[in-house]
Design a protein around this ligand. Sequence first.
Ligand code: ADP
Length: 479
Amino acid sequence: MRILFAASEVYPFAKTGGLADVIGSLPKALQQAGHQVWIVMPRYGSVQGEAQLIGPLDVAMGDGKVEKGALYRSFLDADRKIPVYLVDHQPYFGSRKGLYAFDDDMWRFAFFCRAVVEMLRTLSLSPDVVHCHDWHTGLIPAYLKLLPAGDTSERRPGVVFTIHNLMFQGIFGRDVYGYTGLPWSAYDLHGLEFHGSFNFLKAGAVYADRINTVSPTYAIEIQTPALGHGLDGMLRHHSRKLSGIVNGIDYEVWNPEKDRYLTRQFSARDIARKLDLKHALQTETKLGIDDRVPLFSFVGRLTDQKGMDLIMPILPSLLENGQVVILGTGDPAYHKRLQEIDGPGSHLAIVLKYDETLAHKIYAGSDAFLMPSSFEPCGLGQLIALRYGTLPIVRRTGGLADTVLDADEDRASGTGFAFTDYTPAALQDAVERCRAAYSDKSRWSALVQHAMAQEFSWKSSMRHYEELYRMVVPVHAAA
Ligand code: ADP
């Protein structure tokens, strides 16, 4: 199949979270399985590396304005088999620091979506499937369905829309609607309108042939009022075309046997070496070498979604009989509170920035990984932690429920510690069970080895995506 990926971030070109990891790795697995894959993303000012100018890209927007853009091309892989098209528009993307959270995001990503459709025509690309990701690409399915076919490409591709996080929907005033050029007839309850506003993610979901999300459990949860973020009714309405596939991780990037960020590599056969990496991490973060207590870690956004409001109340007890390293950025209130606790002899190390190298060292050198999310579409942190033999402590929600089995409930195949209630006490209980396992060295070693034996490469998830794509290809063939 020929598959075009459209996304707002792609590792290593631009990354703020797990979305970039997925778009940086799933296409490689698909290409290796024999598919032709292209990727398209905005050309932010921060995008590094060489890119070749392909040519200008004039994009006619709805209000008669023609946006003067350009198209650049780079490649995802060293063999240059997976082109990454970069949509250039200096005022919208090139001239800014950062990716999102600007006042004019609706104009920027409306332009991006229309530019992608224009790119198909300009380059005469005719993909079988266009795979769009999250709200930034939500108008692409709408354009492909609602604009006259001759305006886009000869054959309409099948369209898959993946929701990586339903919390972020791209909800804006209707004033941008005229700019999009989409027909006003589609601006209603069943189409693009959402409580008097204009909702990009809803557009993607409504007009895609298939909606999917990044774990089977999250696919069910988003159809409930508790985790539907106001769109559960719409998703229930479209439930027949909604499913979930757990993400994989890039085994070339996340491989304890080859990890170039580590001073020493290790595998499930020689987990004693992991202790050296724990010592190195303890030294680097000034925690002090101590083998008696578990080293708990957190890598991620410092937000309530990631369970920071559960971690903070139990932090004193975590530090009493353990060490904690926290790497992340997020809510300024958490930055402040953590800085207040941090200090000499606190057994806490905090690094409040984005640091890929340190992330690798933490995944490798810590004993247990805290991920008590309030909701978690898939989560990559726990998958990486498992691969590095760092046992995840997770709340049973979304992808966490689908990927981590509790070691006490399932003695034979447990890989971590899971709890259900979203309370500090429930997290504390899971932590205590983790401590108990840690104090039994042979049990702990067995658990570490078992965690490392789990398979979360893209191999199997990619096959599920192939099946999903096959479901939409006949749609366009028949159109
Ligand atoms: P999100 O909801 O933020 O996308 P995921 O668990 O799906 O959460 O993915 C987060 C990704 O970003 C993981 O690869 C994680 O290691 C990485 N990450 C998050 N914060 C940081 C940080 N401060 N430094 C380095 N890597 C980080």
